[in-house]
Design a protein around this ligand. Sequence first.
Ligand SMILES: *[C@@H]1O[C@H](CO)[C@@H](O)[C@H](O)[C@H]1NC(C)=O
Ligand SMILES: *[C@@H]1O[C@H](CO)[C@@H](O)[C@H](O)[C@H]1NC(C)=O
Ligand SMILES: *[C@@H]1O[C@H](CO)[C@@H](O)[C@H](O)[C@H]1NC(C)=O
Ligand SMILES: *[C@@H]1O[C@H](CO)[C@@H](O)[C@H](O)[C@H]1NC(C)=O
Ligand SMILES: *[C@@H]1O[C@H](CO)[C@@H](O)[C@H](O)[C@H]1NC(C)=O
Ligand SMILES: *[C@@H]1O[C@H](CO)[C@@H](O)[C@H](O)[C@H]1NC(C)=O
Ligand SMILES: *[C@@H]1O[C@H](CO)[C@@H](O)[C@H](O)[C@H]1NC(C)=O
Ligand SMILES: *[C@@H]1O[C@H](CO)[C@@H](O)[C@H](O)[C@H]1NC(C)=O
Ligand SMILES: *[C@@H]1O[C@H](CO)[C@@H](O)[C@H](O)[C@H]1NC(C)=O
Ligand SMILES: *[C@@H]1O[C@H](CO)[C@@H](O)[C@H](O)[C@H]1NC(C)=O
Length: 878
Amino acid sequence: MIRRSLFLPFLFHLLLLFGYADPAPYCTRYSSVVDSEFEFEMVQHQVRGSLKIMDDCSFRVFQFDMLPGSDVYWWGAQAFDFENLTNGFIVSDAGLNGTYKNTTFDVRLMNNVNWDMINVLAIWDRTTASDFGHVVLRREAPAKPPPTVFGNCKVLSENFRLRWSLNVSEDSLEIGLEAVIGIIDFMAFGWADPRAGDSDLMIGGDVAVAGLKEDGLPFVDNFFITKYSECTKNDNGVALGVCPDSVYERSDGVGLANSSMLVYGHRKDGVSFVRYRWHLSKVDGNFDRPVNHSANMKVIWALGSIKPPDSINPYYLPQNHGPDNYGHLVLNISEHVNDCTGPLDAEDKEDQDIIIADANVPLVVSSAPAMHYPNPPNPAKVFYINKKEAPVLRVERGVPVKFSIQAGNDVALYITSDPLGGNATTRNLTETIYAGGPEAHGVEASPTELIWAPDRNTPDHIYYHSLYDQKMGWRVEVVDGGLSDMYNNSVNLDDQQVTFLWTLSKGSISIAARGEKKSGYIAVGFGSGMVNSFVYVGWMDDIGMGHVHSYWIDGKDASSIHRTHENLTHVRCKIENGIITWEFTRPLDPSCLREKRVECKNIIDPTTPLKVVWAMGAKWANGHLTDRNMHSSTSNRAILVHLMLGSAEAEQDLLPVLAVHGFMMFVAWGILFPGGILAARYLKHLKGDGWYRIHVYLQYSGLIIVLLALLFAVAELGGFYVRSTHVKFGLATIFLACTQPVNAFLRPQKPAIGEQAPFTRVIWEYFHAIVGRCAIVVGIAALFTGMKHLGDRYSVDNIHGLSLAMAIWFLMGALIVSYLEYQERQRMKKQISARNNWVFGNLEEDDSVDLLSPTITNADKELRPSARMDVQLEPLNI
Ligand SMILES: *[C@@H]1O[C@H](CO)[C@@H](O)[C@H](O)[C@H]1NC(C)=O
Ligand SMILES: *[C@@H]1O[C@H](CO)[C@@H](O)[C@H](O)[C@H]1NC(C)=O
Ligand SMILES: *[C@@H]1O[C@H](CO)[C@@H](O)[C@H](O)[C@H]1NC(C)=O
Ligand SMILES: *[C@@H]1O[C@H](CO)[C@@H](O)[C@H](O)[C@H]1NC(C)=O
Ligand SMILES: *[C@@H]1O[C@H](CO)[C@@H](O)[C@H](O)[C@H]1NC(C)=O
Ligand SMILES: *[C@@H]1O[C@H](CO)[C@@H](O)[C@H](O)[C@H]1NC(C)=O
Ligand SMILES: *[C@@H]1O[C@H](CO)[C@@H](O)[C@H](O)[C@H]1NC(C)=O
Ligand SMILES: *[C@@H]1O[C@H](CO)[C@@H](O)[C@H](O)[C@H]1NC(C)=O
Ligand SMILES: *[C@@H]1O[C@H](CO)[C@@H](O)[C@H](O)[C@H]1NC(C)=O
Ligand SMILES: *[C@@H]1O[C@H](CO)[C@@H](O)[C@H](O)[C@H]1NC(C)=O
């Protein structure tokens, strides 16, 4: 019991020790900076707050404001210059993510970091190497508080804050106006005429008008309001309206903006800030109202646009403020007020000048000392483009940008994916270089020209920088040009409802499709129809995200749509006014195992025409497709796109021509040529040379038809594509057919009756007959392969019926030939026996018998191959 009672309090004590939010329980307090307090100097991201060094390994941050960055850390550096700051180091594991609003927290240094290593403590964004704000721990002279620091802050409106510091003993009032406004808008704040009613508070008001000039420098001037109008002078030279004090006082109206009030001004993150001095009760002129610091006084404010000085009027003159951008309130400036929570957060934080690149006008790239570099810290010298300091460069995809580089020979321009530039390789980082390099340097006398063509795969945000020094340039915004700018080729698909665009590059193809009318999705398929084709569908989902997916479709209902996983890159899908546009890049050959996945068969061969069809509909879904997702409108026919030529043609237009080609070939190879051969074989027993004439006429007309049909096909397909079996067979048979008239012309003389045929004649006869028959066989093969080709290519429904009919035709032909051959044999046998008798009885040969003799020998040859030698010497007697 005793042990327990002792143990428990001990445990309790331990818990207490560790449970306290003491940031550094065992930290020493030796460093000279311990207990010092600092105010953050705002550089970017509206950083405000103060810092106290608690001990040797931690510090506390008070009332901290910051807009979010991307990769923000506490950063230590030796000195506050570009080199030392960029080469700084992280001092704490704790990052700074998100927005900070009046937050107070403790930060522990890393174990290997101590205060001696740190002279400047910064808030650092590592991705952009930006200093958001910092404190300098050791200085020679005592630090003045930064100009962004005030004792009080009052919210005037959502976008407008009044900050002030009053020091009665010094008789000073410093006012800071801070507002989310346009670059050259004004902020006005001042004291109203105490006797004025609420309805016309502005009249008699003594206000300061502040803002930033076109060159980015701040201005502030003391105004007096005599009328609700822009400052004008009436005929007597009396100024009326919202005029600077000096205009009322000096009738000549000549003067400059009164800069004696100005303390400081900047514009950061889309927020303008101007700090100025204001008079208290001691006033100089007729147009200044005394301010009783301990009284409740009516103040007025306004925001609006401003008219810059011109040749007539040397002042910045406020224009009418909008209906919402003004107000009034009662203020006691002695009272401590702070109701500003968190930083002002402008929607549009980008103030940098924008240069929009034109296709034909070169951009002049020079370098000069930095004045308002958008991402401090920065080197002393930075890039200027067309005389603007480090502007945002906006380029269009597909439109070449021309640079005229004259920034000096120690500066080489390059376009990179790295936000800092200066050769990311030296920082052990990888970067993509889009243009430029070591050669891209020049001087004014001899500028170097650089042409860069951003293409559709160029990212949206890249940078122009010097290859040798970091942070000399700034951002490049790459925006989509017209689709036609970004793609080398475009064709309209069937019905002109979908435009199909593409660019071929080595091993890959970039494809885009644009609907020409409103739809919920656009599908483009590679095939003769949506069924049995590889389909790409682009659509917008419910939250407005664009998708492009690939599918294989093998049927007419929703269950036949199979999602495939092709390697699509650079996918984009967007909708504008209901018109969908989508794009992607894919390899020409998916190079994956064809047996495993169907999409691996989706190879694009740029040399053969690609069949493209489309479909559109109201809605597409990622997961479960129903029949209702099916297309509401489709192409009627496929378009054959010649990827290399950049042209397209309607596919079905070819069909009639090819059908005529097929029919003519059928007439030739199915009727005329076999007919001619049959005539030569079976009609010789007829009197005269009728068979010969029939043979010649049939073969010649067949040949002419074949050549015409070939011509049709070649003309219509735009050339020979000797890839398909059909074309190979066709060419072989046409070659054989063409040799026939040639060898017929060259045939040796027919021997006189009764004479022994010369050897050449016999050879020729065999050659002619065999080549002719081979031609027929190959021709029939060509007919069938042609039929199959037609079926494959155009999915003609009744192709099988046609093939069957043709097969039946040739079968019948074969039967007839067999019958004729049989008859011939019969006749032949009779004749042989007759001739044998005859020979023995009468040695004179009959003409008809002579004509029949070759068939006898032929038949003999086929029957008795061993007798070939004797047979071959016998004349064919054609
Ligand atoms: C910056 O650091 C270098 C050493 O890293 C030092 O030599 C130089 O003096 C520093 N610059 C300043 C301004 O202190
Ligand atoms: C911000 O940092 C804290 C701690 O450092 C971490 O818990 C949190 O997840 C971070 N938030 C984001 C959005 O990164
Ligand atoms: C006013 O200024 C004096 C002298 O600079 C200074 O001592 C005093 O602390 C200041 N008062 C306030 C309230 O800031
Ligand atoms: C500027 O303002 C100061 C103080 O308000 C005044 O004394 C001076 O005369 C003004 N200068 C001009 C040029 O208006
Ligand atoms: C300033 O206002 C206070 C409180 O209203 C008043 O007592 C004082 O007399 C005023 N001072 C002057 C100079 O008007
Ligand atoms: C203005 O505020 C100060 C400080 O809080 C106070 O002393 C003074 O009485 C206030 N004036 C009026 C009129 O309330
Ligand atoms: C900021 O925080 C402090 C305490 O940390 C608090 O006193 C103050 O009222 C806060 N300010 C605002 C404007 O919220
Ligand atoms: C960047 O530096 C590395 C080595 O320091 C060098 O090899 C490379 O060529 C440089 N890159 C360019 C674009 O000059
Ligand atoms: C880059 O990596 C090499 C080897 O890993 C290292 O020696 C060098 O210090 C690194 N440089 C930087 C700038 O980090
Ligand atoms: C996509 O790419 C990966 C790796 O690069 C590869 O393994 C896969 O087979 C590819 N898929 C297709 C459909 O090409």
